[in-house]
Design a protein. Sequence first.
Length: 283
Amino acid sequence: MNSMWKSLRVPGIAIALFAMVAGCTTSPTGRQQLQLFPEKQMAQMGSEAYENIKKETPVSEDPAVNGYVSCVADAIIRVLPEGREVPPSWEVTVFRSDQVNAFALPGGKIGVYTGLLRVAENQHQLAAIVGHEIGHVLANHSNARLSANYATMAGLTVISVLAGASGAVDDQRTMMALLGLGAQVGVLLPFSRSHESEADEIGLELMAEAGFSPAESVELWKRMAEASDGQPPEFLSTHPSHGTRIRDLQDQVPRAQRLYDASPYRPDCREVIPEAVNAEDAG
Ligand SMILES: [Zn+2]
């Protein structure tokens, strides 16, 4: 983490110029995005954040639950494209928590909460979530978000220099605060709507190629919307606008269905619905 923060102290003007000449890349769906941070650095951040989450949240030791989640994740991982930006290996952890949540971090770190397995009711729906989260990683969304925040700050530095302010964002802690980063959670902040749509698109394709029924993604998001009645699940609060998302997915299902039909795979993961962690939530 230290080297990361040191690099953030490069003067803003230099970074802003660098961004213009070298930082713009094309995402898997053809969107241009700014990526200032080397993959290696992003992977390191992802790993550190992952280890911290593991310290804070109980990890499920239940072999059936772990077997189920790994079966679905592995089925998707085996159809991932090879490439410089695709993590060479992936780690999957099931967290014992009623949170309806899941994530994938740069460097190939996947987390699934047992609460999610109570909403995603079959392997196809779980695959929709895992595909979506892996989609964020393949499209380098964490890097893009961090870079955009950083470029904004670099721009402000230019302004503050022009305005005669001295070293306003030179201090490391100030910079982190301005970036909206906790020391470790920087890669876990909510994604933008365009990142969400892109992750949905990539995820749908991945699940279909892996042999999971793409139409189930629509069912999943309907169930997520239902689960959000009353108190919105954590997952929905960081994954906005499920009405639009369901419509977008419905539009994309026919194309994904053709990928599914052509896929040689038909995973058969034994579904497990874990007990609620807190008895009062068992409903
Ligand atoms: Zn997402």
